[in-house]
Each structure stands twice: as C-alpha cells, then as structure tokens.
Design a binder for this molecule. Structure first.
Ligand SMILES: [Zn+2]
Ligand SMILES: [Zn+2]
Length: 421
C-alpha cells in the first residue's frame, strides 16, 4: 500500500528531465559508470578480488578502489532484480570518512523499484539498501562527530553539494546534487556508483551519518532512517506535530504505520484512512490510532468531512484524492509521500474554496533525521518489523511487491551475510 518513492534528479525516469538533467543522466553514462565502480562483478571468489580490483582501477583510474577494502554485498545484476552475493571494494577511508560495520538494513520499496529498473536508472550491479544501522569501526583523522564503537545510521543519501540553498537550509534531501546511498553517482569519489547497505561495510562522509541514541532496538530502528524521516520531516515542516491537532494518515504500510506512531507521540488525534477494513483492529489496537476510516465507505467519509488539520498520503497506487481534501478543515495541509505513476486528479474545487495546501515530501535532511531519531528514542517509537536472514532477501522482495509484510523487512546483515555466500 505504501510504496513511497524518493524523488531526486538521479532517480526519476529520464523523460522527467528533457533538459540538462536528462543529458547528465543519459543512458550511455550510467552504463559507462557502472563499469567504473572498481569491482570484480563476476569474481568467483574473494581471493581473486585484490588482483581484479587493481586491474579495473588501472583501467578507469579509480585509485581509491585499489587502495580500498574488500566488501561483500548482495547485488542485482539485471532487471530481474534477483540478488546474489557480490564481492566489491569500498573506497579507502578518507580523512572525513566514517567506516561502518553494517548490522541491520531495512528493505524499502525504492530498493525494489531500483533493482527492477522500473525508473530506468539502474546501474548494475546494484547493491540496494538505505535504511542502514551499524557500528563505527574506524574514523578518518578529520572526523570530529564519531568514534569507533558508536552506533550510527545512514539513510537515503550520502552526499550533497553543501553550497546550495537547500543544503544551507538543512534540506540536503532537495539538493540537486544529492548522492544516493545506493545506485547513485558520487562526484566527490571519482564518479563511482554508490553501493548500499545490503553489504558488510559502508564508508560515509561524517556529515551524512546520524547518531543512533541509546535505547532504540537496532533492528526496529533501521527503517526509521528512511520511512521514519519521510513522515517526520513534513510533520515538522507543516506544524502537524502539535497536541490536539487531527492528523489523517492514508495507507497503513511501511510509512503509514510509523506516521501513526509519530502522530500519537506528538499528542495528536490520528485517523487512519484505508481501503482495507481488515486493518481496523491493527490500526487501533496495535498502533494506537484513534479512528479508522474505510475510504470506500461514503458514510464514514462524510462523517469525517472538515475535521482534519492535515493528511499524510502514503499510498503509491492511483487513488481518488478529492474526497481526502474534503476531510480537511479550511487551510488544511495535504502532504504526498507516495508516488503513483499515473497522475492524480486534483479538481480546483478540492482546494480553492477551503484555502487548502498541497505539498510533496521526499525523505528529510540530516538535521531532521537526527532530531527524528532522538524523538523516537525518547518516545519509544520504532517500526514494526520482520527480521530476516540475508538468504531470504529474494523471497522478501517478492512478498514486498505484494505488500505482504507487516510492516517492514529488516535484514540481519551482520548475523547472516557472511554465512550465506
Ligand atoms: Zn526508502
Ligand atoms: Zn546542495
């Protein structure tokens, strides 16, 4: 239900960017770059890796790969999206880098879209994963925020330009040069293709790492790095965090269920709006929502008209939205975090008479992500997860495609990655 997606200049289909960005991400370029990642994609054994990595590095001038350390991940090699073990090299640790042993990594719908090349952007091999929770094993000499032994998280991006208006305002997530954690192009590191958290080790510039407060269970906290901040950030941005306000949450999946928890922790009245009557008990009793509306029931919807201060719509399947706007009070705020591919229909009458607002949101900046984790720790907010072993990942991805998960898969990377290859 809630397969949200993350917009960025490097994620959208090329057709979205007929101009500069389209040219920048021309189909030929990713193909070239994919071969320059400094990895031995077909390496049959880890023993061969140093030799092969050196050969690739010489070919493309990727010095960092040659000096870097061995890494093991699971990668998709083609649009089947099937993952299998993959030996590659992480870059050598730089002065401002944090080296992280990955403990857990959540599985997000964006991973599914990317590995199946549904946005036409995959640069195979792709190691997915951007809900990364781990422990620092070493830091570069210039790192001031972290030390070995710290519990840390990495989310949807690992770099940005640092100089644009968005970066200056703490919204690196809207930087046009944001570097995706997985399947991104990293200009600061030789244009290498980034590989995500379905792997044993990550190297990330310290400015794109968050501290995980004590008290959060690590497996259940991993999805907060993407799903959590995706709902928390717009709640802060639009004042949907005040006690007594009424929040609607459309869709009860990976995003929706944490939105309910944040809303309740903010002291809000929270109503879940869903097409599935069967989720009522779960929403009210397990997640603590105050009310549950079946969106296909006109009487229930009518009874709630004009009652909500804002709505977070997490649904990525096409759905009628006019009735949702009717649920909001005058000047209510709608926020879309899902991404239906077919355009939604917005008649002017749905927003003009009530002066209603409409916005999109894609994950959140580093500041919001850190604040979100601290708020979550203080209020005991975590995702509901199904923890899996690495070798179950392909089954999990199939189940995720059918929304057959309550509510997030999290891979026990440290506990199962090495043992399955
Ligand atoms: Zn995500
Ligand atoms: Zn920027």
């Amino acid at each position: 239900m809630s397969h949200h997606f993350h917009l960025s200049s490097s994620v959208l289909p090329l057709s979205f960017f007929p101009g500069e960005l389209g040219a920048r991400f021309s189909p030929a370029e990713p193909r070239h770059l994919a071969s320059s990642v400094g990895v031995a994609a077909a390496s049959p054994s880890r023993a061969l890796r140093p030799h092969m990595a050196k050969a690739v590095a010489k070919e493309v001038g990727a010095q960092e790969a040659a000096q870097g350390s061995a890494a093991l991940g699971w990668a998709a090699r083609d649009a089947s999206g099937v993952l299998s073990p993959f030996d590659f090299s992480r870059r050598a640790q730089k002065d401002d880098d944090v080296t992280i042993k990955v403990l857990y990594c959540g599985i997000c719908h964006t991973d599914l879209y990317t590995i199946k090349n549904e946005w036409g952007t995959a640069m195979y091999p792709v190691v997915p994963g951007h809900e990364i929770l781990g422990v620092v094993t070493s830091v570069g000499s210039g790192v001031s925020k972290f030390k070995a032994g710290d519990t840390v998280g990495v989310g949807y991006f690992v770099g940005s330009c640092r100089s644009c208006e968005s970066c200056g305002n703490g919204y690196e997530n809207y930087c046009s040069s944001m570097v995706l954690t997985s399947n991104g192009i990293d200009p600061e590191h030789g244009g290498a293709v980034t590989q995500g958290g379905f792997s044993d080790v990550m190297l990330v510039n310290e400015d794109y790492v968050v501290r995980v407060p004590d008290g959060l269970p690590l497996d259940k906290a991993a999805p907060l790095l993407c799903a959590g901040v995706t709902v928390y950030s717009p709640m802060m941005r639009f004042g949907l965090n005040a006690p007594g306000k009424h929040l609607g949450v459309v869709g009860l999946g990976g995003l929706g269920h944490v939105a309910v928890k944040f809303g309740k922790a903010f002291g809000m009245r929270v109503t879940v709006i869903s097409t599935s009557p069967g989720k009522r008990e779960e929403a009210l009793e397990r997640l603590g929502a105050d009310e549950f509306l079946v969106s296909r029931d006109p009487e229930q919807m009518q009874a709630a008209v004009g009652t909500m201060d804002g709505i977070l719509d997490t649904v990525s399947a096409w759905h009628p939205i006019s009735p949702l706007f009717a649920l909001m009070k005058p000047m209510g705020q709608m926020v879309f975090v899902g991404g239906p591919t077919k355009p939604l229909e917005l008649p002017a009458y749905a927003i003009v008479p009530g002066g209603k607002g409409i916005a999109g949101n894609c994950v959140g900046g580093m500041r919001d992500c850190q604040a979100m984790l601290e708020f979550a720790a203080k209020h005991g907010i975590t995702a509901e997860v199904e923890v899996i072993k690495m070798d179950y990942v392909n089954t999990a991805l199939e189940r995720l495609a059918k929304n057959d998960v309550r509510y997030r898969f999290v891979i026990d990377i440290a506990g199962s990655l090495g043992s399955t290859s």
